[in-house]
Design a protein around this ligand. Structure first.
Ligand SMILES: C[S@@+](CC[C@H](N)C(=O)[O-])C[C@H]1O[C@@H](n2cnc3c(N)ncnc32)[C@H](O)[C@@H]1O
Length: 254
């Protein structure tokens, strides 16, 4: 288990591309932030996501020099920009729902941060089931963070992830049924989990690991759990008791 006490590290990004006051006003003008960016000089975005804690839990290599990266389900782009900051040769931020559903402003947020950082991260507008290595490319590192439990068909999404990965995939997901040893997944009727109709499945660890192997990853290395009993917390219950749900991270190799 990755201890939260270890997660004090800050991952501040410099902002050579924009005046800080201008950036402050633009951040305040956005109606919704998911990612919590931490810019040099103490400027932050008010996202509900504990982005720096998640980044720590991913156990990404400190340096990604020379590597190509795709961040599938990039949202505001926190992990895309962190990959670029670690020296990746090229980074593609890929998304569909958060960038296209009416009322969402994640694409505008992404573009604002890109300008602020003077970044070269590229936009890719793609629904995961449509991902095709011929059209969308293959990557040394594929980030698949917070997407699996939004998949109506988890195996199909993981096949698509495998098809664009030529080195390592980093998978981060909500996991459920941790008290069951056999591979299985909890099914969430529409809106049950966090009032979000886009949540479908909470797989357990054995389920994710077997699916990763079945879609063609040669090795799936479990990295750790973080944010434990998160389903109870989302339902307003205090954390504690038997461990049933959490967020988990794997590194899968082709
Ligand atoms: C919970 S957010 C996770 C955001 C980010 N990866 C992170 O871990 O902080 C889920 C993201 O996956 C994207 N997503 C979900 N299903 C998708 C699909 N079928 N195609 C493309 N993006 C998808 C959403 O638009 C959203 O940006």
């Amino acid at each position: 288990m990755i201890s939260l006490a270890q997660n004090e590290a800050r991952y501040a990004l410099p902002t050579p591309g924009m005046d800080v006051e201008e950036l402050r006003s633009a951040i305040a003008a956005s109606p919704f932030w998911f990612h919590r960016f931490d810019f040099a000089g103490g400027l932050t975005t008010p996202g509900a996501d504990v982005s720096a804690v998640k980044l720590h839990a991913l156990r990404l290599p400190e340096r990604l020099d020379g590597l190509s990266v795709i961040d599938i389900g990039a949202f505001d782009g926190y992990f895309s920009f962190q990959a670029e900051a670690r020296g990746a040769r090229s980074v593609v931020a890929s998304d569909w729902y958060a960038w296209h559903l009416p009322g969402h402003c994640a694409l505008e947020n992404f573009r604002l941060v890109k300008t602020a950082l003077g970044s070269n991260v590229e936009e890719q507008h793609a629904d995961v089931p449509s991902l095709d290595p011929e059209r969308h490319g293959t990557y040394d590192i594929a980030l698949f963070l917070g997407v699996l439990y939004h998949a109506p068909d988890m195996v199909d999404y993981l096949r698509k992830l495998r098809s664009v990965t030529k080195g390592m995939a980093v998978i981060e997901s909500l996991v459920d049924m941790l008290d069951v040893d056999e591979p299985c997944a909890a099914y969430y009727p529409a809106g049950l989990l966090n009032g979000d109709q886009s949540n479908w499945w909470g797989p357990n660890l054995a389920c994710v690991e077997d699916m990763l192997r079945r879609v063609g990853f040669a090795q799936a290395q479990f990295i750790g759990l973080w944010d434990v009993n998160q389903r109870d917390v989302l339902a307003g219950k205090p954390p504690g008791g038997k461990l049933k749900t959490a967020r988990a991270v794997w590194h899968a190799y082709v």
